[in-house]
Design a protein around this ligand. Structure first.
Ligand SMILES: [Zn+2]
Length: 425
């Protein structure tokens, strides 16, 4: 099943047009907001998408009060009982860099070297920033004008999914099974699945929120947050000999007993870490907050044991000192949920290969919404969008990557139609 050049051109034109439109619509999330979604702009952006989904003929379109969008693309005739798949992308862009008034700029026919930005003369995009630029000689590369992020994260994902819907509705010879689309807000705040209605999603989903062309991600950190409370004893410092238990001083010592080689600064690849994010207090009472991350649960368990050993040692050394350790599981490595559903991975790899790419299996040194969904029983690996250097003013995406990511979604739809509906979990 080869895609004709007509279909490929239709994909390229459609996905680039949508991408350029969407990035100019502000939909940044805001981590200082108490509302859900965090910004009204995400609702407004959602309204634009809902109108387009209607025009493309999708059904049962829902845009709920939290800004979540669900829509169904009906299966081709005869394929109604094929396994339904969900395609998910997020509406918001990162609040970490200015994301308002994005003006995309196309750098045609990239010939190597640095890319300059019109509105920021101090900024350059170079091979040092992104060696992958080497793969895009002769291609058209889209960036912002240097004063904002671009927003390929995740408007590329949205443009690719919308273009898929367009292609499947236009070229009816591309027969496919049922597809559910879901766009949601506040992913960048880690809240993307907070108000999600699981019952509206199929048994299998893919997030379209990855980066480099060809990448497939189905492993993320096992993530914990640890609060350590130190309760000491304050005494007049002039008369404190043998009496004072200075909790903040002890907390600082305790923290410096953590292995420095297991910190974010000194780890990469599959290595885990302790990450101190806050330490505050007074001689009387102090609190340290740490993030623990690893791909292996057992390794995090060892870190807990080490914290317990330190607690015992310090409580022995300072009589009267009390140390409390509270742990909170933030998210799990989704891999263990996906191993039992290896078909989900296998078909994704096949779709990437059919688009003429080598699948690159990548472990995410972070979490994903897919991790939350996988835990809830919906295996959800992450597919690439083609965008690079997310959350920065140097963010870029080549047109060819937008096209290839859409082709992968198309092959995914075509491949899944051959599989009968699986049993509900
Ligand atoms: Zn994203």
């Amino acid at each position: 099943m080869e895609l004709t050049s007509q279909i490929k051109e239709y994909i390229l034109e459609g996905v680039v047009k949508r991408f350029l439109k969407y990035v100019q619509i502000d939909s940044q999330s805001d981590d200082n907001s108490n509302s859900f979604p965090s910004t009204q702009e995400q609702i407004q952006f959602g309204k634009v998408l809902v109108e387009e989904l209607k025009l493309l003929g999708l059904q049962n379109i829902i845009h709920d009060k939290y800004g979540y969008i669900y829509a169904q693309l009906r299966a081709s005739k005869g394929y109604e009982s094929s396994q339904e798949i969900g395609l998910i992308a997020h509406l918001d862009t990162s609040p970490s860099v200015n994301g308002k008034d994005v003006k995309p700029k196309i750098h045609s026919n990239y010939q190597g070297g640095v890319i300059n930005f019109e509105k920021n003369k101090n900024l350059v995009l170079s091979l040092e920033d992104s060696p992958a630029l080497n793969d895009y000689m002769g291609e058209d590369i889209i960036t912002s004008k240097g004063d904002t992020l671009l927003g390929a994260d995740d408007k590329a994902g949205i443009a690719e999914i919308m273009t898929l819907c367009d292609v499947l509705s236009t070229f009816t010879q591309l027969v496919h099974g049922p597809i559910v689309i879901c766009f949601f807000p506040d992913e960048e705040l880690g809240k993307g699945t907070e108000k999600i209605d699981i019952s509206k999603l199929p048994r299998i989903c893919y997030t379209v929120d990855g980066s480099r062309i060809g990448e497939l991600e189905f492993e993320c950190f096992d993530a914990w947050k640890v609060n350590i409370i130190f309760k000491g004893l304050n005494v007049h410092p002039g008369y404190a000999k043998g009496l004072m238990i200075n909790s903040i001083h002890i907390a600082a010592q305790f923290i410096s007993d953590l292995p420095e080689f297991e910190t974010p600064r000194n780890t990469e690849g599959r290595e885990g870490f302790y990450h101190l994010i806050s330490l505050k207090g007074t001689p009387e009472k102090s609190k340290a907050t740490l993030l623990l991350r690893d791909f292996e649960e057992e390794k995090n368990s060892e870190r807990f044991k080490y914290l317990e050993i330190l607690k015992t040692l310090y409580e022995r050394k300072y009589e009267g000192l009390k140390i409390e350790i509270d742990v909170e599981h933030q998210y799990e490595n989704m891999k263990k949920y996906l191993e039992s559903d290896s078909k989900v991975i296998k078909i994704a790899k096949e779709a990437i290969q059919k688009a003429g790419l080598d699948p690159i299996i990548h472990s995410i040194r972070g979490g994903t919404d897919g991790a939350h969904l996988s835990k809830k029983g919906i295996p959800t690996p992450n597919l690439f969008t083609g965008g690079m250097l997310f959350h920065s003013k140097k963010e870029y995406i080549p047109k060819i990557a937008l096209q290839k990511a859409t082709e992968v979604l198309l092959y995914l739809s075509l491949l899944w139609k051959k599989h009968k509906k699986m049993k509900e979990k």
